[in-house]
Design a protein around this ligand. Structure first.
Ligand code: UDP
Length: 246
């Protein structure tokens, strides 16, 4: 299993296609190793400049895929080899397909109580082979130890964490050593989509690589992300220029 890595603003991103992730999953199960799927987008890269925990999570994740067209473009401009966007929600679907085919169990952690419960029900209907072993919302006041015990007691093979960034990366970075699942994925707002609470961008936005713009404009809380784009581009190019002069 060979993976090539490149750096954007000092953050590692793997040159991965969806088929690489699908292929590697069986290997991690067969070898009882933890597989950590991390979505990398411009916001997370900017965040990891200041947040050591997020940076460390990314550095230790086994699969850092370009879940953001900004990352793909930056790779192209800096002569990298990342050719395609791999959307986190599509990776989650692919993990669920794997679980359905192999009778694996999942745990959903994060989102509002009614959202995560509905996402669990919908996943069970859409992927009948998947064992939905448990779920827990991301707003309850349980201590982390209790949350970890609850997840481990279900013996889930896969843990999806949807606490938003940087919470989900920080939480996994701190507690993964105590968690017994095999596959871990940070999934942001994916439970909102699986529950039907939020709609994914229309196909035309996905096909034209403008899903980020649709999501930013349709959710006032994400509007500031538009302004992070020029910052990411400037910082990324300056960083690359400095690196190539060394
Ligand atoms: N969330 C949570 N607990 C928190 C903050 C957020 O469970 O304390 C959930 C929120 O309900 C949503 C997800 O985390 O389901 C984050 O979604 P968002 O779209 O902000 O994440 P992104 O995809 O941008 O990382």
């Amino acid at each position: 299993m060979t993976k090539k890595v490149e750096y954007i603003l000092d953050t590692p991103v793997d040159q991965l296609k969806m088929s690489d992730i699908e292929r590697d999953m069986s290997w991690y199960f067969d070898h009882h190793q933890k597989m950590v799927l991390a979505s990398i987008n411009p916001q997370i890269i900017l965040m990891s400049e200041k947040n050591r925990c997020v940076k460390s999570f990314i550095e230790h994740a086994t699969h850092r895929f370009a879940d953001g067209i900004g990352v793909v473009k930056m790779s192209k401009w800096t002569k990298g080899r990342i050719k395609e966007r791999v959307a986190g929600i599509d990776v989650m679907a692919s993990v669920l397909e794997f679980c359905a085919a192999n009778k694996k169990s999942i745990f959903l952690y994060g989102a509002k109580p009614s959202v995560v419960a509905q996402a669990a029900r919908n996943i069970q209907l859409d992927y009948p082979g998947v064992i939905v072993a448990g779920w827990l919302d991301g707003y309850q006041k349980k201590r982390s130890g209790e949350v970890i015990d609850m997840i481990n007691k279900t013996h889930s093979d896969v843990l999806f964490v949807a606490l938003g960034s940087p919470k989900q990366e920080e939480w996994l970075q701190r507690y993964m050593p105590q968690l017994n699942a095999t596959v871990f994925q940070t999934v942001g707002g994916s439970f909102d989509v699986y529950s039907g609470t939020v709609k994914r961008a229309p196909e035309v936005f996905i096909k034209t690589n403008l899903e980020w713009l649709y999501r930013s404009v349709s959710n006032p809380k994400r509007l500031n992300r538009i302004f992070q784009v020029p910052l990411f581009v400037t910082k990324g190019l300056v960083w690359h220029l400095k690196q190539s002069k060394q």
